[in-house]
Design a protein around this ligand. Structure first.
Ligand SMILES: Nc1ncnc2c1ncn2[C@@H]1O[C@H](COP(=O)(O)OP(=O)(O)OP(=O)(O)O)[C@@H](O)[C@H]1O
Ligand SMILES: [Mg+2]
Length: 430
């Protein structure tokens, strides 16, 4: 390995011209097929440029349909428009605070702090900033009421338009409270004379979610506040995914690295899997990695097929290892029971890979014991099963009466050995 051989690939870059272009965090300037959504979000936010409070906005759509990218692009443009010396907007103060609630802030308290501590707010030229008079650079230990007052004051004194983007808003546990607090600011903020005219600050909330059930889980009042404007993002079809991918291929890969028909195959796979552009990009990246690991400069059809299997494995791995512990134990018990085969199968004519919830619960209790954990009650166990079903890891059916009364029948969605392997490593079962 002497003589720099280790770094051979990195120096030449292999098939990749610019790897970052294939990353899920890359936000392209152009977003084909999202013109209407971009226009709609822009229309909602335009009143800001005249100092008027726009409506709150809620965006829903399945994963990988471009919600985050559209919002980031429009907000980038809005910030530029506000800064632009040519526009008559220098008398308007606006700050955008974007956050992903899954990653950083799943409570109202954390959201308030994240906004007040955001670099955007710190950097803006404002009166009565949250940190004025505070010795440390953190608002640690402040009560929610204090945070609220600080936000209200900054918004009021500057007639500030504070745009708070709550991406993956469904992760916030006390979201009803949060929306209530934020809208109360709008009711309480007083009009001031700013830059020679009467203006009023306001808080604008943009919520983004891919959970279908989220909207209906909200209090009616929160729902009508947050969803003053609402847009749904449709999944992409195969043709659209192909165009999106071809664009990235041009930017990110050396020419002739992948044929158009192989890009079409990736697009077709992704269209079958919910029309998810992120999944399509993952497939593209993975098949290039496979080709490169075999010292080839061009992707073969088999690489795409292999990439699909690998990416699916990665997704299942991620899904399972991020589950709470008892969900993992429950799933492990199902996989273990499935491997051993149902003990009750001779009692009825149900398929042999179908398990009874009672026997799986017994197995769950045993696994808990082996791991030194107290098993949860049967009722909790039933909840875990429902959640595992929602994630597509198992399917549940209720047996008709006759088969040991009305019992839940469980079927595993993935090979039992694979699931056991992942959970054994994750929970340290040997
Ligand atoms: N119209 C498009 N053109 C180009 N790239 C796109 C387009 N839509 C999505 N993408 C790309 O697909 C990936 C996923 O998009 P994005 O993160 O915006 O999806 P999302 O709807 O927010 O998904 P999730 O609900 O999982 O957060 C990103 O890498 C993004 O750049
Ligand atoms: Mg997103």
């Amino acid at each position: 390995m002497m003589g720099g051989k280790l770094f051979e690939v990195s120096q030449d870059g292999g098939m990749f011209k610019d790897l970052s272009v294939l990353s899920p965090h890359y936000v392209p300037k152009e977003l084909p097929y999202r013109g209407n959504e971009i226009k709609a979000v822009t229309r909602v936010l335009t009143p800001i440029l005249s100092g008027i409070k726009p409506n709150n906005l809620f965006l829903y759509g399945k994963t990988g349909t471009g919600k985050t990218s559209v919002v980031k692009n429009v907000l980038r443009e809005l910030e530029e428009a506000i800064k632009s010396p040519s526009a008559n907007t220098n008398r308007i103060k606006a700050v955008v605070s974007y956050m992903n609630c899954r990653l950083c802030c799943n409570t109202k308290y954390q959201v308030l702090r994240t906004v007040l501590e955001s670099d955007q707010l710190k950097a803006a030229e404002l009166k009565d900033r949250p940190f004025d008079g505070v010795r440390t650079s953190s608002l640690d230990g402040r009560s929610p009421t204090e945070l609220y007052s600080k936000m209200r004051k900054t918004v009021e004194s500057n007639a500030l338009k504070l745009i708070i983007v709550l991406d993956e808003v469904d992760m916030i546990k006390d979201v009803n409270d949060l929306i209530y607090i934020l809208t109360r600011i709008n009711d309480e903020v007083k009009e001031i004379s700013f830059e020679g005219r009467a203006q009023r600050g306001s808080v604008i909330v943009i919520g983004i979610s891919n959970k279908y059930s989220f909207k209906n889980s909200l209090d009616p009042r929160t729902k009508s506040t947050l969803c003053e404007e609402e847009f749904v993002f449709k999944p992409y079809n195969a043709k659209q995914l192909k165009t999106i991918l071809m664009h990235r291929v041009k930017l990110g890969l050396r020419s002739r690295s992948i044929s158009e028909s192989n890009v079409g195959l990736i697009a077709a796979y992704a269209a079958q899997t919910n029309g998810d552009a992120r999944y399509a990009l993952k497939l593209l990246q993975k098949c290039c990695e496979i080709a490169q690991s075999q010292n080839r400069k061009r992707v073969k059809r088999e690489d795409v097929v292999e990439a699909k299997a690998k990416v699916e494995e990665d997704i299942i791995f991620e899904l399972i290892t991020t589950l709470p512990e008892h969900h993992q134990i429950a799933l492990y018990s199902i996989a273990d029971s499935a491997e051993k085969g149902s003990q009750y199968k001779r009692l009825s004519d149900i398929p042999s890979d179908t398990l009874f919830s009672g026997e799986v619960y017994e197995s769950y209790e045993k696994v808990c014991k082996a791991l030194n954990r107290s098993p949860k009650t049967m009722r909790w166990f039933g909840e875990y099963l429902k959640e595992l079903e929602m994630l597509g890891l198992i399917t549940l059916t209720i047996s008709g009466s006759g088969v040991r009364g009305n019992t839940t029948l469980i079927r595993l969605g993935y090979p039992s050995a694979e699931i056991k392997k992942i959970i054994s490593a994750s929970l340290g079962i040997n």
